[in-house]
Design a protein. Structure first.
Lengths: 487, 444
């Protein structure tokens, strides 16, 4: 049992800092009294050993890829090579400042410059920015550029078209840029309903945002026609790169007609997910959009690299400095290590693993969109629901088998959705274990449903009362005697 | 190098189970024309070759272990105790997913709850989220919150705000029905008379960076009360280390307080990844962007932690969400929490004092050099500007010879200060570093 940091009381003098060498009052006298803090901050005082034990014990309460299989659809929780962590930690990359002179950081600039070319080649785009910090940040960047593009053509376009199977960030990013969102239906085969799309493509549409393969794990076979229709209506086409892992070396969004592409380096390109980030969300564009890329732009002059800041058409900046360098350099190492062939093999095995699981599971679970899939697929617990057990229960029960839950209830268009993405780094043996676990749970639903409904049984806590947590939020520790956290 | 686990024999068995004869059949839905392309991706290499190449490439960078850095402007060379990287680098944190499955993520969730608590203590604000991308994007989200909650259209950004932060706020607002107006400066701080003229019934918020871009203290209480009188919100942008001794934003009237978390245990890393912190007064809780962890009970009454108030977020609310943020900078925030735990109440104060003293000793020493003059008489924390009458090229050469990185030439951002430089001085700078810096200035 680990209590809160704030509930431990050991002595701490932060002895890892040198002495001040003079009385505090003397140093404080450098400042006027009225700028000083009168009390606190009441940070807990712990010995180094207490801190180490506290956070180590906390870590042991987590599932993670290093221990567990994560068939988490749309999240690409693959194994990320440890060598890349070592590269990011090299002093000459981790201990450099974004404002040091260009000639003092040529190694870092070369990494960024080559990375832009690698990503352009992989996606079939003309140029890239590495500035955005995450996928949603990339969407914001891409949509701002699309807005700037239309303004440069003296066009006022107010709408963004988004399929009903899309990630929540797509409509949220569109709204953040002031766009109205119109939803496109999915047809009976699990693809974008082209007739519905065409009926909504008019002069008010700024862009169509798509994921391909879509969130059902299906390749949008009509993509070339869809992009052509959008372009004929004067709209641009945006590629959400969440599912790029399926396409590495197989085909490229740029060749499909996409004008703007964002990638999630923390999905496809081996940046560890870090319990929720940091990631990196580079954005690629076709040449018509290059002038609008964020500032500054990296250019090559002779043998050297430098920042170009005089960019009159740029949308501006999305964050300070140049991007999540510590994440980007991992992806750079990943692409260098795998090479073209290795990247293609990764996509192939991702697709192979997903199809294998789909074939193995289609008898136990309903699969609403039959046939072959790309790197992930969606199945449904609708059959199990009739017996009183829902997708969430199956997801929680999987935890007892040491397997992380799949993505559930997404995409929204599938009842009791369970979205499964095994990734390329998992072995057939692991996939077979997963199949056996799901089959065992399916049997339990018949024989001992309470066991599934009451799951998980082996995690540090059992099911959490989320409703009360939201109604009576306790979002921070307060020392005893202070007012509670209620609203 | 490849990181696959299937043997060739597995592959054949799997294709058989799927019912196809070859891998190519699996991608039959991709139009054949799309499968033909050339890409210039080099051949793969071994881990050994990769590491050798990267170390070699790194030699072209001058880094803090060989050069003493006086660069700051939001990103500082602070000492990071070994514990921080060791703990945050544990696979259980590094390779875990976002803690949506609460039962499988108690470690992450409790650490986020503790992070939120630590940041609230430091800033004296009521609530914190689980982290943002960085200080600049955190500030932009604060401006969005102020626009939405006030229904007003104008954000006042001081000329003393980090120029890149100003640009980021402007970019975030560029497609919305809103405007940013720059508040001019006087003697390196906000010109209060000008602020008074710009504040009106259309002002959603006033931003105050404290210490500001030049390292100088703003008149936070006066700025706050002026904003309040106009019915505008106050957004403070603060340096977390300075809060070891400086009055926290929650006490001088900030409604929202944000900042860059890099100084808290995150290496400079050429500008990222770090984290932004985002805190509010209680009335704005349900307008916070991004994830928040809360304490809860499990079904047998055990203390647990869970992501909560998710009805604000994009995966639930889609286009009606408070922000589009999904992936945040959780691992960087964890480093911040570990770092603050190692400091404790006494440590954060000591650290702030070490910075204060080092910066003032450096300021005093450099002012003894002929041609080096004061930029402002206002008080400062660990960063300050000076006017240095030297030929920039010669100065650069001398600094490099003396193995010094920085200071930052302000003319990069402020053409009106052609000979001014910004010096950041942390606890990591030694008297020997100062001697070399002074030597470079004296000899150039």
């Amino acid at each position: 049992m680990s209590g809160l940091l704030f509930e431990r009381h050991s002595l701490n003098e932060a002895s890892w800092l040198p002495d001040l060498g003079e009385p505090e009052e003397k140093t404080l006298a450098l400042l006027p009294k009225d700028v000083l803090r009168q009390k606190g901050p009441e940070l807990p005082s712990l010995s180094e050993l207490d801190v180490v034990r506290h956070f180590t014990r906390l870590s042991q309460k987590n599932f993670c890829v290093d221990v567990n299989f994560y068939p988490l659809g749309s999240c690409t929780m693959k194994y990320n090579p440890k060598a890349l962590d070592a590269i990011a930690a090299i002093d000459s990359f981790s201990l450099i400042h974004p404002y040091q002179e260009e000639e003092d950081a040529q190694g870092a600039l070369k990494v960024l410059y080559e990375m832009q070319s690698f990503l352009s080649e992989i996606t079939g785009m003309d140029d890239f920015t590495l500035e955005p910090a995450a996928g949603a940040h990339g969407e914001l960047c891409g949509l701002l550029m699309i807005g700037a593009y239309h303004r440069s053509k003296k066009q006022k376009r107010t709408k963004v078209l988004i399929p009903d199977s899309a990630h929540g960030t797509n409509p949220a990013s569109a709204a953040l840029c002031g766009y109205e969102v119109a939803q496109i239906r999915t047809d009976a085969k699990g693809h974008v309903d082209v007739a519905d799309l065409k009926s909504k493509l008019d002069g008010s549409v700024a862009c169509l945002m798509m994921t391909n393969p879509n969130t059902l794990g299906l390749f949008e076979e009509e993509i070339l026609g869809i992009a052509r229709s959008a372009h004929e209506a004067g709209a641009l086409v945006y590629y959400d790169g969440a599912n790029m892992n399926a396409l590495l070396g197989i085909c490229r969004p740029g060749d499909m007609g996409f004008d703007v592409v964002h990638l999630n380096l923390h999905k496809t390109f081996a940046v560890p997910h870090g319990s929720g980030g940091p990631g990196s969300g580079p954005v690629g564009v076709k040449k018509e959009l290059v002038p609008f890329l964020p500032s500054p732009r990296l250019v090559k002059k002779g043998d050297g690299y430098r920042w170009e800041k005089n960019l009159p058409c740029s949308i501006g900046k999305l964050r300070a400095y140049y991007g999540n360098f510590g994440a980007i350099i991992r992806s750079y190492g990943y692409i260098k290590a795998l090479g073209g062939e290795g990247l293609r093999a990764a996509a192939e095995h991702a697709i192979l693993n997903a199809n294998y699981l789909k074939a193995r599971l289609k008898d136990s679970f309903e699969v609403p969109y039959d046939g072959l899939c790309m790197h992930e697929f969606v199945m449904s617990a609708a059959r199990q629901k009739k017996k009183g057990v829902r997708a969430i229960d199956i997801a929680k029960r999987l935890l007892d088998f040491g397997i992380h839950a799949p993505t559930v209830y997404f995409p929204l268009i599938v009842e009791e959705a369970m979205m499964i993405e095994p990734t390329e780094t998992e072995s057939k043996e692991t996939l077979d274990e997963f199949v056996r676990a799901l089959e065992a749970i399916d049997r339990e639903i018949e024989e001992d449903p309470e066991k599934v409904l009451g799951a998980p049984h082996t995690t540090p806590v059992s099911r959490i009362d989320e409703v009360t947590a939201a109604r009576q939020p306790n979002l921070r520790y307060r020392p005893e005697g202070k007012a509670g956290a209620g609203l | 190098m490849q990181y696959l686990s299937n043997a060739e024999s597995d592959k054949a068995e799997m294709l058989k189970a799927i019912g196809v004869s070859s891998f190519d059949r699996l991608t039959a839905s991709v139009p054949p024309g799309l499968k033909r392309f050339d890409w210039k991706i080099p051949q793969g290499i071994s881990e050994l070759e990769l590491m050798r190449q990267m170390v070699e490439l790194g030699r072209q960078n001058r880094h803090f272990h060989h050069f003493a850095s006086y660069l700051g402007a939001g990103n500082y060379d602070h000492f990071i105790p070994g514990v921080v990287g060791q703990l945050a680098g544990r696979g259980e944190f590094l390779t875990a997913y976002t803690p949506y499955q609460g039962e499988a993520s108690q470690g992450t969730l409790q650490s986020i709850y503790e992070y939120q608590s630590l940041v609230c203590e430091l800033t004296a604000m009521d609530y914190s989220n689980a982290s943002m991308y960085d200080g600049a994007s955190s500030l932009a989200e604060a401006a969005l919150l102020a626009l939405r909650s006030s229904g007003r259209k104008k954000i006042l950004l001081p000329a003393t705000l980090h120029p890149e932060y100003r640009r980021v706020v402007q970019t975030y607002l560029s497609c919305l029905d809103a405007e940013t107006v720059t508040v001019p400066m006087k003697e390196g701080v906000i010109d209060e008379a000008a602020l008074g003229r710009l504040l009106d019934a259309g002002t959603a918020a006033v931003v105050v960076q404290h210490p500001n871009f030049f390292g100088l203290f703003e008149e936070t209480r006066r700025v706050s009360s002026m904003a309040r009188e106009a019915g505008a919100l106050v957004i403070a942008c603060v340096n977390p280390i300075s809060l070891g001794i400086l009055e926290p934003p929650g006490e001088y009237g900030a409604d929202i307080a944000v900042g860059e978390g890099q100084p808290l245990g995150n290496p400079a890393s050429f500008g990222g990844p770090h984290f932004g912190f985002f805190t509010v007064k209680a009335e704005f809780l349900r307008r916070i962007p991004g994830r928040i962890a809360g304490m809860a009970l499990d079904k047998v009454g055990r203390r647990s932690f869970v992501l909560t108030l998710q009805a604000r977020e994009q995966h639930i609310r889609r286009e009606k969400a408070t922000s589009n943020i999904c992936t945040n900078h959780s691992l960087c925030a964890l480093k911040g929490a570990i770092y603050l735990s190692l400091l404790g109440k006494k440590g954060i104060r000591k650290l702030a004092l070490l910075n204060l003293k080092n910066a003032h000793d450096t300021h005093e020493r450099l002012l003894q050099i002929p041609g080096v003059r004061e930029f402002s008489k206002k008080p400062f924390f660990n960063e300050f500007a000076l006017k240095v009458d030297r030929d920039p090229a010669t100065l650069r050469k001398k600094l490099r010879e003396n193995r010094i990185l920085g200071p930052l030439a302000l003319k990069e951002f402020y053409p009106e200060f052609p000979s001014a430089y910004l010096f950041a001085v942390t606890e990591n700078r030694t008297p020997e570093d100062l001697a070399r810096l002074a030597g470079a200035l004296e000899s150039s």
